[in-house]
Design a protein around this ligand. Sequence first.
Ligand code: NDP
Length: 480
Amino acid sequence: MEKLLNFINGEYAEPSSGQFLDNYNPSTGEVDSLVADSNEMDMILAIQAANKAFDRWKKRPLKERVDYLFKISELIEKNADALAEAESRDQGKPVSLAKKVDIPRAALNFRFFAGEILHHKEVSTDVDGKLLNYTLRQPLGVAGLISPWNLPLYLLTWKIAPALACGNTAVCKPSEFTSRTASMLGEIFNEAGLPPGVCNIVLGRGETAGQTLVSHPGVPLISFTGGTATGEKILKSTAAHFKKVSLELGGKNATIILKDADLKKTIPGVINASFLNQGEVCLCGEKILVQEELYDEFVEKFVEATKAIKVGDPKDIKTFMGPLVSKQHYDKVTGMIEMAKNDQGKILVGGDRPDLPDDLKKGYFLNPTVITDISNCSELHQTEVFGPVVTIQPFKYSADAAKWANNSEYGLSASIWTESLTKAHKLAQSLDVGTVWINTWLNRDLRVPFGGFKHSGQGREGGEHSIDFFTEQKTVSLQL
Ligand code: NDP
């Protein structure tokens, strides 16, 4: 059976223990490859390689570092079809989605941060011609980059590109459920000529490989995207070493529809915000709030559009939703549907498995699910599902919508749908979230700050914010 290996110091390597994890194809429910189950020793080898490469990498001329990033971006584009198929096979997402979003975005991450660092400027201040202050930046060393399973290559490269652009070297720990495209990056790095040790990839479990990375004293910064509970553990593990930590965590995001929303634009937008990538996007709007006057019409049209969604073989161009990522996650999501039923929730559509051909019968497929009539205090309105399950509730005034949207420990994002931009702006001001979209969703400009309020994260990444995170800033004061 195919083995997915670590990439350390420019070479593919078996895990030192010889142990592997079963890697399931979520469409078939069958094991289709083995993933290196790396231990502490593998992680330490990768950290040592990154540490050894750091001094030369940070001293390379900016143009050389940037040229490597552009080359990596080109090679991702050249291998886009193979990467998209691999991402779909591991994660379950439709190949068409990976081709349209994940892989182009991974290539863009390298191009974008190459441009960002090329155009980056520092500030200087003059005090009466007698004192000149200016700032310098320096990389920190080995960056620990930990990514989740929902947008595997997209989110990992969002970290690798700025880390390397700023002159750090890196050790990456992708999710054990989606290691395939991360493992393929090694070949791309070698073809781009990236010096050995500059970017290492260690596969395996969070509690072993991941934990060694976050607690190792030789890794001064950690960029983590994943669940809030893991984020909390990481904060505790890094505190003793005062590491720089960026956390992009979970969300329980609201989709707010005001009575004057244009449903022709709103319904397709909210379908995407609810079910894209099987609802496995941290920014998906699981909590739909609709102003009373529009509630019945919205629910009728939204249910109709949900019924039209094609769930099935991710290789089929017409498929909008593939399977959920794993059996564990399927059980968690269906458990939450049961919880809604116990809370007297009404399932208007979904909650069941689609009828599929024999080869997909053991896959983790679930129909998109729409639930109404559960109380505002229900746990389902607080807990992140991270799957194709949304609730719809009516509200009377905008202030009520803001109250229910903010009634959560999370604060990642929200979307507002209305023809009144004044109302939308006022509502946006009252939401405790890192990103608000108005009449759109998931539109990402890589220059703007991205991150969460409350338990949805710590720090901001994107554009100059990533440069801030991946460097230390130094002020020099020169008496003239
Ligand atoms: P997890 O927190 O379970 O895992 C994320 C990564 O951390 C994985 O690589 C995991 O490895 C690793 N990990 C687990 N435990 C540790 C540890 N103790 N030390 C170091 N690393 C560890 O998240 P999921 O992969 O389940 O992803 C889903 C979550 O990610 C959702 O809550 C979602 O909202 C959030 N997310 C947030 C985004 C944002 O931008 N705010 C974007 C995308 C997702 P392993 O897989 O082996 O367990």
